[in-house]
Design a protein around this ligand. Structure first.
Ligand code: OKV
Ligand code: MN
Length: 251
């Protein structure tokens, strides 16, 4: 079929084998019926560099993710991958290993007579000043290169430290600060003349009509994948011939 599937925020991590298994089953099952799969960031909960793919000390299971994505694209589903705020170090080497094409954030793509703006979503959360400062720092090309030059075990330790400190900071933040800024949403939609904005990151799935310049744009927020009473809860957005709907991802 000519379906396009949109997912984000799987946050794959070695200590959550259920979500990993759910994703691998999705790649071998439902995803095969699609022409294109869009992964809009935070496929992984942490990423310390593409050279760590398959490192037994980091996450041996992630080799399976790359192999299964590759198999899906070889079977005819084109896979697009955007970096998220957690896996912003995903690069060409992972793209090659997984058969995915990298999508920059933001990306404007024409689909079914509409201009669709695809983002991870963290660029929209401009009220979270400490996060935006962190973002600028770790994405600075020099800071990034110096990090990638360190041995893998050091990077692992540094990353674990960041995550520990971030959990404490997130718990202390007001939830409104961690949502998108409505003014920033309007800025992006206006600048790109988008008819639809699709993003993840906030873990607040839903549809939000945005009015600007006497026209309507629809902002669609993708769901994160999570474990709920031992069951994986996952959902995707689907487009086919200009029709859009949400669909749960079954085991
Ligand atoms: C990713 C986030 C951890 C948020 C560090 C330079 C520096 C990269 C890094 C370390 C952390 C990614 C790579 C991770 C995102 C966190 C905690 C909060 C809010 C440096 C370049 F500065 F140390 F030199 N990192 N990891 N967070 O564990 O994947 O997005 S990570
Ligand atoms: Mn995110």
């Amino acid at each position: 079929s000519a379906q396009r599937l949109f997912i984000s925020d799987l946050h794959l991590a070695p200590d959550q084998p259920e979500i990993l298994a759910h994703f691998l089953a999705f790649l071998r099952g439902r995803a095969r019926a699609a022409a294109e799969l869009y992964i809009l960031g935070d496929l992984f909960d942490a990423w310390i560099g593409d050279d760590a793919l398959g490192d037994p000390e980091v996450a041996p299971d992630f080799l399976q993710v790359a192999a299964s994505l590759r198999e899906l694209s070889e079977r005819g589903t084109r896979c697009w991958l955007m970096q998220g705020n957690r896996d912003f170090l995903l690069g060409r080497r992972f793209a090659r290993a997984s058969g995915c094409r990298l999508l920059r954030d933001p990306s404007l793509v024409p689909m079914a007579d509409q201009s669709i703006l695809l983002m991870h979503g963290d660029l929209l959360c401009t009220d979270d000043i400490p996060y935006q400062r962190f973002r600028r720092r770790v994405r600075n090309p020099l800071v990034r290169q110096l990090f990638l030059l360190r041995p893998r075990h050091q990077r692992q330790r540094i990353a674990a430290d960041y995550r520990r400190r971030s959990r404490a900071a997130t718990a202390a933040k007001q939830t409104a600060i961690m949502d998108v800024s409505p003014q920033t949403v309007i800025q992006y939609v206006r600048r790109y003349r988008a008819d639809r904005l699709i993003h993840g990151h906030t873990h607040r799935p839903g549809d939000d009509p945005v009015t600007l310049d006497q026209r309507q744009c629809l902002r669609q927020v993708l769901a994160d994948w999570r474990l709920n009473n031992g069951e994986v809860q996952a959902e995707m957005l689907v487009e086919e011939a200009g029709r859009w709907w949400r669909e749960p991802i079954q085991p």
